[in-house]
Design a protein around this ligand. Structure first.
Ligand code: NAP
Ligand code: GDD
Length: 324
């Protein structure tokens, strides 16, 4: 029988890659699609899957939308990727972030509980929950200490996922994913902001790149690898929580250097530090321990940071040349 999946946040970076993965596996894929005045479907077009994803209009903050999406999709598997996911914005819109990123997950859990409690649920948890890190390498047992309204909202959603699993026996799993990037990354996130600037500088359209704290360190992987871990979690007999990471951490500075070097430029001649991009509270360093995911899911990050940076710069140059 054809499996049916519902993906919230289907128009986002991960939603698009996950939808492609599920379609390739023969799933019928439904996507919750929040109405916007502007075009948000470019990623589904980029992967050439727009006509194969069944879009269901709705918003995560609206319980009726989540219930209706469960009824219409008759989903066996639900991947909750929808969120206000930009950390910096969460200080400007803390309440909206709480509604979408925190309560939105509960709206989805309630919809499942009311319509089909046997459906399997994936929650997009995050390394931001570790925030001010309590251990040098973060695993499933590391205590949480979120540092932003986004991290706090995600932690609420994370514990609600655990709670629905323990209270109602639901197959609800949480993937604690560290940063993952791709050519489909939103332009506001630092890796894509950098590759966009590298291409524009190389093509003579821009001179400088303004950044905030370039000493921050992140454990960066490739989104195409990470969506496989999401799917694997829902194929397990029992629900659980998993850290998904590469096990290597790099400064924003070095990530930048790699991208500029791809086109023969020196980042030091173009990067300008701008206070505007510093955050009220910073997550200085993240480094994940993916041992449990490797052992239980057989999952491993396969794309090195250098390969990822080259892939993103090349895609950006291609875009730049196309746009003229
Ligand atoms: P993204 O590109 O920002 O995508 C977020 C998605 O959520 C978009 O499709 C967006 O729709 C949708 N959305 C926003 N508000 C909504 C609402 N009120 N109702 C329904 N949908 C709404 O994020 P991503 O990088 O793909 O990440 C996917 C998920 O993983 C997010 O929950 C993120 O917080 C989490 N996560 C990401 C990372 C990472 O490094 N990428 C790491 C850990 C966890 P529009 O396009 O219409 O705005
Ligand atoms: N965005 C941005 N822009 N970040 C900058 C800049 C800048 O100009 N300059 C320095 N940074 C630093 C940030 O302060 C942060 O330490 C780091 O670069 C990464 O920032 P982002 O790319 O915005 O990602 P993030 O780590 O805050 O959050 C992402 O990863 C989380 C998982 O750890 C998002 O995808 C979250 O949704 C996700 O949960």
């Amino acid at each position: 029988m054809t499996k049916r999946a519902l993906v919230t946040g289907v128009t986002g970076q991960d939603g698009a890659y996950l939808a492609k993965l599920l379609l390739d596996k023969g799933y019928m894929v439904y996507g919750l699609h929040a109405r916007r005045a502007t075009d948000t479907l470019w990623r589904l077009r980029y992967l050439d899957i727009l006509d194969r994803v069944h879009l269901l209009e709705g918003d995560l903050t609206d319980l009726a939308s989540t219930i209706r999406s469960m009824v219409k999709s008759e989903a066996d598997e639900v991947y909750n990727l929808g969120a206000q996911s930009f950390v910096a914005t969460s200080w400007m819109q803390p309440i909206l972030t709480g509604y979408v990123t925190g309560l939105g997950a509960v709206n989805m859990l309630e919809a499942i509980r009311l319509t089909n409690p046997k459906a399997r649920f994936y929650q997009a948890s995050t390394s931001e929950m570790f925030g001010k890190i309590q251990e040098p390498m973060q695993s499933e047992s590391t205590p949480f200490y979120p540092r932003s309204p986004y991290g706090v909202a995600k932690l609420y959603a994370h514990w609600m996922t655990v709670n629905y699993r323990e209270s109602f026996g639901m197959h609800a799993s949480s993937g604690i994913l560290f940063n993952h990037e791709s050519p489909l990354r939103g332009i506001e996130f630092v890796t894509r902001k950098v590759t966009d600037a590298v291409a524009r500088i190389k093509l003579g359209k821009q001179k400088e790149l303004r950044l905030g704290n370039i000493d921050a360190k992140r454990d960066w992987g490739y989104a195409g690898d990470y969506v496989k871990a999401m799917w694997l979690m829902l194929q397990q007999n029992a629900p659980d929580d998993f850290v998904v990471a590469t096990g290597r951490t790099t400064t924003v500075r070095d990530m930048c250097r790699i991208a500029f070097e791809r086109v023969g430029l020196n980042y030091e001649q173009h990067v300008v530090i701008d206070e505007k991009f510093f955050r009220p509270a910073e997550v200085e360093v993240l480094l994940g321990n993916p041992a449990k995911a490797k052992e239980k899911l057989g999952w491993e990050a396969t794309t090195k940071l250098e390969t990822l940076r080259h892939m993103m710069v090349d895609a950006e140059l291609e875009r730049g040349r196309r746009e003229g």
